[in-house]
Design a protein around this ligand. Structure first.
Ligand SMILES: *[C@@H]1O[C@H](CO)[C@@H](O)[C@H](O)[C@H]1NC(C)=O
Ligand SMILES: *[C@@H]1O[C@H](CO)[C@@H](O)[C@H](O)[C@H]1NC(C)=O
Ligand SMILES: *[C@@H]1O[C@H](CO)[C@@H](O)[C@H](O)[C@H]1NC(C)=O
Ligand SMILES: *[C@@H]1O[C@H](CO)[C@@H](O)[C@H](O)[C@H]1NC(C)=O
Length: 380
């Protein structure tokens, strides 16, 4: 017994306190440093810059802005890029509906966040709606001074059989991974990857909580075949968000916020994220989805499912946001005319659905000139 009394004094500090063996965490956990980028699950914020701050921004998909998402644990941010007035803007389907500003400004906020968080690997996925060239997108990255962080794959044409570990990416400083679609790649911009050469996705256009699927949907060459998709080395990307069909008659889909606490939940309720992710992991022979993309990421909270897939129980360095909050602390945008038209359409459809008697005049208005303003056939 005498020896035991002395033992603690003889042990090196690291052994005496095994929980502190590693002083750094990668993507919020010391357990993830040695894992490959493609092997873990990254939580994605769908339409990250499109923030729903009030009823006038019903087209928004998130309650918190991009830096807040990242600080809370989101590691994939997606956005739509549109050309407006000869500038590259982040707009939700139409710049008149929701314009979150210049792509370069948004990238600059991500650059600042990366500067302040040296052990984090972040992925950006751009929906290249107006087919900007690699040079045009690259110019935005240059303006944002973010290119020194951009990871360059060994090949721009085929997915690697394995990706570097988070620690390797952090040590090299190349910890921003960029995908865009559609994209004609260019060796002049070796960090701009064409999404579907490296990734496959399940269906994103889901309007019923019982209709989430694990099957590949895009690229079309892999549609319906999990085994072909897995053996192509592309990374599994799980869309998991629900569209409201209130405006289905007008062929417009917008985020279903009323059901999102279930959609993003770790368990319970039809279409919850946890059960769906587990089902997909099993369908993929034990391979966990590399990305899980959700609306209103703080709900659920969606991170619970991602932590569980990653076996992370010791997350550090996150700034948590409320999972019950449905409003953002960031400044609310004013309701543009188009936003107000959209809001009016949503309110009219909701009140009719809940049984309120709506006047013929309302419907004449709704059946009016909305599609020349909003455009038809859109999924927000
Ligand atoms: C661009 O980023 C680099 C690396 O983070 C930094 O050293 C440099 O000062 C930045 N340049 C400008 C003009 O902000
Ligand atoms: C759900 O999927 C079923 C089977 O594919 C389909 O018949 C049905 O229309 C879908 N429901 C919705 C609301 O999309
Ligand atoms: C959201 O989805 C739930 C579950 O399907 C449904 O009951 C609800 O009406 C939807 N809400 C809207 C606004 O579409
Ligand atoms: C988490 O644990 C499961 C079960 O052991 C394993 O299949 C999976 O690869 C682990 N994931 C990570 C990111 O460590």
């Amino acid at each position: 017994m005498r020896l035991l009394n002395y033992l603690p004094w003889l042990l090196p500090a690291a052994l005496a306190n095994p929980l502190n063996v590693r002083s750094t965490a990668c993507n919020n956990s010391p357990d993830l440093c040695d894992k490959s980028y493609g092997e873990i699950t990254h939580l994605g914020a769908h339409d990250s810059p499109f923030v729903r701050t009030s009823d006038s921004t019903l087209a928004g998909d998130q309650y918190y802005d991009t830096p807040t998402q990242l600080s809370a644990g989101v590691r994939l941010v997606t956005a739509q890029v549109h050309k407006d007035n000869n500038e590259w803007h982040l707009c939700h389907s139409y710049c008149s509906l929701l314009d979150a500003g210049l792509l370069s400004d948004w990238l600059a906020t991500i650059k600042s966040w990366l500067d302040e968080h040296p052990n984090e690997v972040v992925t950006v996925l751009l929906v290249n709606s107006d087919s900007a060239s690699a040079a045009e997108l690259g110019a935005e990255f240059t303006t944002a001074n973010i290119t020194s962080y951009a990871y360059e794959p060994s090949s721009l044409t085929s997915a690697p059989s394995s990706w570097p570990t988070l620690q390797t990416m952090i040590d090299s400083g190349k910890r921003l991974v960029v995908f865009a679609t559609p994209l004609t790649t260019s060796t002049d911009y070796p960090y701009l990857m064409s999404e579907f050469d490296f990734i496959w996705e399940n269906n994103y256009d889901v309007t019923s909580p019982s209709n989430f699927t694990c099957e590949p949907d895009r690229p079309s060459s892999l549609s319906g075949s999990i085994s072909t998709a897995l053996s192509s080395n592309r990374l599994p990307f799980m869309n998991h968000f629900l569209y409201s069909t209130d405006l289905a008659l007008l062929d417009i889909e917008y985020p279903n916020a009323s059901y999102v606490s279930t959609t993003n939940a770790p368990s319970g309720g039809t279409g919850n994220l946890g059960s769906t992710a587990t089902k997909c992991k099993t369908a993929y022979g034990g391979r966990q989805p590399t990305f899980v993309l959700v609306d209103f990421f703080n709900k659920g909270p969606a991170l619970d499912t991602v932590d569980s897939l990653n076996n992370v129980t010791n997350a550090v360095g996150r700034t948590s946001v409320s999972s019950s909050s449905s409003s953002s602390s960031s400044s609310s945008s004013d309701g543009s005319t188009v936003n107000n038209v959209f809001k009016g359409l949503v309110e009219l459809a909701s009140s009719a659905k809940s049984g309120a008697s709506t006047s013929m005049g309302d419907w004449v208005w709704a059946g009016g000139n909305w599609d020349s303003i909003l455009g038809g056939g859109i999924s927000l």
